[in-house]
Design a protein around this ligand. Structure first.
Ligand code: APR
Ligand code: ZN
Length: 257
């Protein structure tokens, strides 16, 4: 059996035999939904942009116009649809083979695919909030203002600048990060999909799990620790793992392959 198929077989066995499987995803799981990731050479959103200084909470305060011009590169997320990889993770959760999804993505595609326990450790694009009175508003309202030339968008209550409810560089992590850390420490199998694992503290989570399956097109710092390593597109790899698992179910084979 060639190596790619052997790695899929191993990954399926690890998931089938797991007691607490957790997925950790990044922008690479959404590229097949038409959304660019951040660091892929030539196509990443951060090509020519230094997000740490230009898309930080400080940049929003000091130069809100530039911040919003850069940020709007992400607005296409609003129209994106989940792809096969998102759908397989939702199905694995419904079938009791996956306990939770920890995602760095702000596109909301895991929930739209039907995943229920989703820990969005970098927030999501659904809402924005006022820097002063903290009033919350839907992203659609924020984008309407921007489309009407109101950049940066402002709070209708107090007139202060409004920010998207995503975790910006320099922000504290949301409360759900503690749950993500606990889930990672409980995981006997962590299925890492579509992330360069270069942004801390999320990049520290795989070290807490007992064993790793990594599905990623490029190398990651954890490749040498992974029990299974699938270098393929997330949609192809997850569909192949799901097919293997359903093949066992059809033959009545118990979990654990
Ligand atoms: N299938 C599998 N892997 C893919 C695919 C795909 N279809 N498309 C891209 N990849 C891989 C790339 O090779 C890359 O290693 O996904 C990885 C995406 O890495 P990044 O672009 O660094 O995205 P991510 O790891 O999610 O970034 C983490 O950085 O800027 C912050 O807040 C931002 O949440 C983001 C964080
Ligand atoms: Zn306000």
């Amino acid at each position: 059996m060639e190596d790619g198929r052997a790695q899929v077989e191993l990954a399926a066995q690890m998931i089938a035999g797991s007691t607490h499987c957790v997925a950790l995803t990044g922008a690479g799981i959404s590229t097949e939904s038409g959304l660019p990731d951040f660091r892929s050479p030539g196509t990443g959103l951060w090509e020519g942009v230094d997000p740490v200084t230009e898309l930080s909470a400080a940049a929003l305060r000091s130069d809100p116009e530039r911040f919003y011009r850069l940020f709007l590169g992400m607005r296409r997320m609003a129209g994106a649809l989940p792809n096969r990889a998102h759908e397989v993770l939702a199905r694995l959760e419904h079938e009791g083979l996956l306990h939770s999804v920890i995602t760095q993505n702000i596109d909301g595609l895991h929930r739209r695919a039907g995943s229920r326990l989703v820990l969005e450790v970098h927030g999501n694009l659904a809402t924005g909030s006022c820097l002063d009175c903290r009033r919350s508003l839907p992203m659609s309202e924020l984008l309407e203002q921007v489309d009407d030339g109101v950049v940066p968008p402002r709070c209708r209550q107090c007139g202060e600048v409004v920010r998207p409810d995503v975790v910006l560089f320099g922000d504290p992590l949301p409360e759900c990060f503690a749950a993500a850390r606990a889930e990672s420490a409980r995981a006997d199998v962590m299925l890492v999909i579509g992330t360069s694992l270069t942004v801390w503290p999320v990049a520290g989570l795989p070290a807490l799990a007992r064993s790793l399956i990594i599905v990623n097109l490029e190398d990651t710092p954890y490749d040498h620790q992974a029990a299974a390593r699938i270098r393929d597109r997330a949609g192809v790899a997850l569909a192949a793992i799901a097919e293997r698992l359903s093949g066992w179910r059809l033959t009545g084979q118990t979990r654990g392959g």
